[in-house]
Design a protein around this ligand. Structure first.
Ligand SMILES: Cc1ncc(COP(=O)(O)O)c(C=O)c1O
Length: 463
């Protein structure tokens, strides 16, 4: 770590943090007796905290974001050069990096053609919901306005996004939520026994058929869109079962339902393809993305749509309301697309999609080997560098381990110098998954180091 801060500076920062910062997703009572973690510096896969302790970051900035790793000077330089040229103008005007990144992005997304810029994943999903509602009003007298979302998925933190949220512990105490959002069942094969009527065979098709049942119950003429994560992230790293996506696509096509894929986590390389949906041959109408778009070097999110959707908003210029009446002030910041362009160049030039596939396979092999060793590992799931372990008391009953065990494992890994993730205040009684999403630059040594650390932590937690 660079020695830029002396001990007095650091203790001032810590005290000031404790006095004034309201940390995200954190209980603050413990900070009366302990200090929050303050990250001072990062390079590659590693970060250093206020005590100078080095951590291997197995979750890309805590929440699967820093896909190309820390300390990328080329991104910082590109942002700097752009900012002194022009930092901002409202998104009703264009910009050079906005235009060039859109061209590059669309080149990776056959079938889609329009990019709407914003800042966060929640915001991108909100805009997609707004488009669905406006289409319902323009074309269907307001009737086809319902948005289906899936149990265990997450789409963001605003009230509308929570209304589309399948993680009930996140929603508690934030109601009343927004009407018009309707839940469909999850597709987690490992827990299919908890779903009424789930078959032993062809679970994927059956899980998709449950979506159709909801469409029929609600009335197809009331359902405007289906919003899904390609691989569910915070809900427990849920990879879709065989046969699921083909059937989902078929349902959307048959009932004229827009398919909105939330790529906020999977987008831009995380699973080893540019987008998670591309693993499953899906043709979405709308795609939202945020975290990995610029790897956290700038705040940028995108909502990408087909030309057909775009045309629905421009087909009648005599109607004064006939355009997407929406703005995101900071969607006009040029730092986002210029960082995203450089981020994408890095992924291409360094072959990081191929690395993600190879290192993801290695991580899955290592985690499966841990499953042979630890009876508490009930299920291993993953796609690319996006993997999870579900821990259970008993493989037969699948009773989840306690949250205290999960916290102990995460804490022990941190003490060993590896930051891992876990499902937290997400699914009631099901916060029993460990999550791994190292940067796409991870080496074989990094992967082995992460899984060796987890191995030790699990042994200790259940000794
Ligand atoms: C799948 C998914 N969608 C949306 C979001 C919301 O993104 P943001 O926190 O940028 O609003 C998240 C955040 O974790 C996410 O995991």
């Amino acid at each position: 770590m660079h020695d830029t801060f002396n001990e007095n500076d650091i203790s001032h920062v810590v005290e000031t943090d404790k006095a004034h910062i309201w940390h995200h997703l954190s209980q603050h009572k413990p900070y009366e007796t302990t200090d929050p973690r303050i990250i001072i510096e990062g390079k590659g896969m590693r970060v250093w905290d206020q005590k100078g302790k080095e951590h291997l970051d197995a979750v890309s900035g805590g929440v699967w974001t820093v896909n190309v790793g820390y300390g990328r000077e080329s991104i910082a330089n590109a942002i700097r050069d752009q900012l002194v040229r022009i930092n901002y103008f409202a998104g009703s005007a264009g910009s050079i990096p906005g235009s060039l990144f859109a061209e590059k992005l669309i080149g990776k997304m056959p079938g889609l053609s329009r990019v709407y810029y914003l800042n966060t994943g929640s915001e991108a999903n909100e805009k997609a919901f707004k488009m669905v509602r406006q289409i319902a009003h323009k074309r269907y007298g307001g009737k086809k306005h319902k948005i289906l979302y899936r149990d265990r998925d997450y789409h963001g933190t605003t009230i509308a996004c929570l209304s589309a949220g399948g993680q009930d512990e996140r929603n508690v105490q934030y109601g009343p939520l927004t009407p018009g959002f309707v839940r469909v069942p999850h597709c987690l094969e490992y827990r299919k026994h908890e779903l009424d009527g789930a078959p032993d065979e062809n679970f994927g098709e059956w899980a998709a058929e449950q979506i159709e049942q909801v469409v029929l119950r609600e009335g197809p003429d009331t359902v405007g869109a289906l919003c899904l994560e390609p691989v569910t992230a915070g809900g427990g790293v849920i990879t879709p079962p065989e046969g699921y996506w083909q059937k989902v696509q078929d349902i959307c096509d048959r009932y004229d339902i827009l398919l909105h894929i939330d790529e906020v986590v999977c987008g831009v390389g995380r699973t080893g393809e540019w987008f998670g949906y591309q693993q499953y041959g899906v043709k979405p109408d709308m795609v939202t993305m945020a975290k990995g778009v610029a790897s956290g070097y700038a705040a940028i999110a995108c909502l990408v749509t087909t030309e057909e959707i775009f045309n629905m908003f421009k087909d009648d210029p005599t109607d004064k309301l006939n355009y997407f009446r929406d703005i995101s002030t900071f969607g006009g910041c040029t730092s986002g697309p210029v960082a995203a362009l450089e981020n994408m160049r890095i992924i291409e030039d360094e072959g990081l999609l191929a690395n993600t596939k190879a290192m993801g396979a290695r991580m899955m092999d290592n985690l499966n080997a841990l499953m042979d060793k630890h009876a508490e590992i009930g299920d291993v799931r993953g796609k690319g560098l996006f993997c999870g372990l579900e821990l259970v008391e008993d493989r037969g009953t699948k009773e989840p381990v306690s949250e205290a065990h999960i916290a102990a494992i995460v804490g022990d890994c941190a003490a060993q110098g590896v930051i891992i993730g876990a499902s937290n205040r997400s699914i009631p009684g099901r916060n029993n998954c460990l999550c791994f999403s190292p940067a796409l630059i991870a080496t074989a040594d990094d992967i082995d180091h992460i899984t060796d650390t987890v191995d030790k932590a699990i042994s200790k937690a259940f000794a």
